[in-house]
Structures are given as structure tokens and as C-alpha cells.
Design a protein around this ligand. Structure first.
Ligand code: SF4
Length: 247
């Protein structure tokens, strides 16, 4: 299967069967999404969604958050990973948003990454979700899943992965593909134990072809070359006498 065919099959499957895929973060405006994405680094969306309602109620705008101290913001986000750094980043981000961007979340990746706590992944999410731009945010799920399926080859870091994906995915599908790959990684292609046997795209997956099918073949060969042993083990009938004393 060529790379183009693999992309086509995988994207066709997701397009027909998943369709619209959206972020699982709960937000009401670009500012809230930006705050949520910053908080979601190395933390689950579920945990972020539990934390943000009170934070957004008390600090609903960039101006309000810019006027707060990192210590105060920390008290709202203490259950999230790296709360100290993230509290500082949120206050710094809000200040820059007010001073340099007139309190409007910018749509350009180059501008977004200037703000504290906003890396390339976060910037790509904002550009894609808020401004519908063809930017591919590569998080741990997208990186792993793309590599396993064979959509990327020898990508050493998220940027390499992003460049390869952008090259092959049609522009209009990029924002959706980002969410398709995340959801697939979160629920099927798990980091430690991918659910390959029930995976709906296994026929287009390089890992399935090169690792799982090979393992299955080896198991069959092993069983075939030990027929007696295999027969002995399975020939005992239920109720047959054994050497063990029955009570
Ligand atoms: S077949 Fe396995 S490795 Fe491939 S995408 Fe599905 S779950 Fe992931």
C-alpha cells in the first residue's frame, strides 16, 4: 500500500464514520479555549473541564485575569498538573493579550507563540479550532497514532510529524483530522495496549501489518510444530481422573 493510498483509506474511514470531531474541552469563547488548552498540557481534558468553570466565572476576561496574581490563579488550578508554572503563564498570557493584542486572541501561529505558556501545539489548536485554519497540532496521541498507522515515517519530534501530515492531508480535512487522530489515540490506539483486534482501520495500519500479523503468524507456526504437546494439553476431558486427590 502506498502512502497516498494509506492516507486516503484512513481519512475516508474517519470522514464517513466519525465525521465532525471537536475538542472535548468546554469553552465559550476564544479566550476560554486558550486558557483551557494551556491548562491541558500533560493533563486530561476531563480534569481541565472540572477546574475551569469556577476560574472562568471569577476571571471571565483577559483584563480580569491580567489583574490577578499568579498565587490567586494557583488556588483555582491546584489540582491540575504543574499548577505553579501554569498560573504564571496564564497571568503572563492575559497581560500580553491585553497589551499587545487588544484583548483579541490572535489567529496567526507566529503571534500566538509569543505569549507565555503558548507552544506550537497550543497555537495550532487555537488557529485550527477558532479560526478554522489548516494547522495540525501534534500532541502525544497524534504523534503516536500517525507513526503507528504509517502516516508519518521516522518523525523524530512533533514538528517533523506536523510537516509530514500537512503534506498529505487535504487542507479542508486538516482541522478534522487533528481531532480524529486524537480521539483514535485516546480510545482505541492506546499508548501501552493498542486495541488492534477491534480497530476499524487495522487493514490500513502499518503497525498491524508489520507487528500484529507477524506475531499471529509466529504463534500459528509454533503451535503447528508442537502438535503432540498441544494435543496432550487439550485432550483431557472434563471429569477425567487425575492424580490429584479429590476431596
Ligand atoms: S491497528 Fe492497532 S496500531 Fe494500528 S491504528 Fe489500530 S489500534 Fe493503532
Amino acid at each position: 500500500m502506498t502512502k497516498e493510498e494509506r492516507y486516503k483509506q484512513v481519512l475516508d474511514y474517519f470522514d464517513k464514520n466519525v465525521g465532525l470531531a471537536e475538542t472535548e474541552l468546554v469553552y465559550n469563547n476564544p479566550f476560554e479555549l486558550l486558557v483551557s488548552v494551556i491548562l491541558s498540557a500533560q493533563c486530561t481534558d476531563k480534569r481541565v473541564n472540572l477546574t475551569t468553570p469556577k476560574l472562568f466565572k471569577d476571571y471571565p476576561t483577559a483584563e480580569a485575569m491580567a489583574a490577578a496574581s499568579p498565587e490567586t490563579i494557583f488556588s483555582y488550578i491546584r489540582s491540575i498538573s504543574y499548577p505553579n508554572n501554569k498560573a504564571k503563564h496564564l497571568v503572563g498570557m492575559a497581560n500580553m493579550l491585553v497589551k499587545d493584542f487588544n484583548s483579541v486572541v490572535p489567529g496567526e501561529v507566529d503571534e500566538l507563540v509569543k505569549m507565555p505558556g503558548v507552544g506550537r501545539k497550543t497555537a495550532n489548536v487555537i488557529a485550527s479550532v477558532i479560526y478554522d485554519k489548516p494547522t495540525m497540532a501534534v500532541d502525544t496521541h497524534v504523534f503516536r497514532v500517525s507513526n503507528r498507522i504509517g502516516l508519518t515515517t521516522n518523525a523524530k519530534n512533533p514538528l517533523q510529524s506536523e510537516k509530514q501530515l500537512i503534506k498529505f492531508i487535504p487542507e479542508h480535512l486538516v482541522p478534522k483530522a487533528h481531532h480524529w487522530l486524537i480521539l483514535h489515540g485516546r480510545y482505541v490506539c492506546l499508548a501501552r495496549n493498542p486495541k488492534c483486534e477491534i480497530c476499524p482501520i487495522k487493514l490500513y495500519c502499518k503497525y498491524y501489518e508489520q507487528v500484529i500479523l507477524k506475531q499471529n503468524k509466529q504463534t500459528t507456526v509454533t503451535l503447528n510444530i508442537n502438535p503432540k504437546r498441544y494435543g496432550k494439553k487439550t485432550s483431557k476431558k472434563i471429569g477425567e481422573k487425575t492424580d490429584e486427590k479429590s476431596s
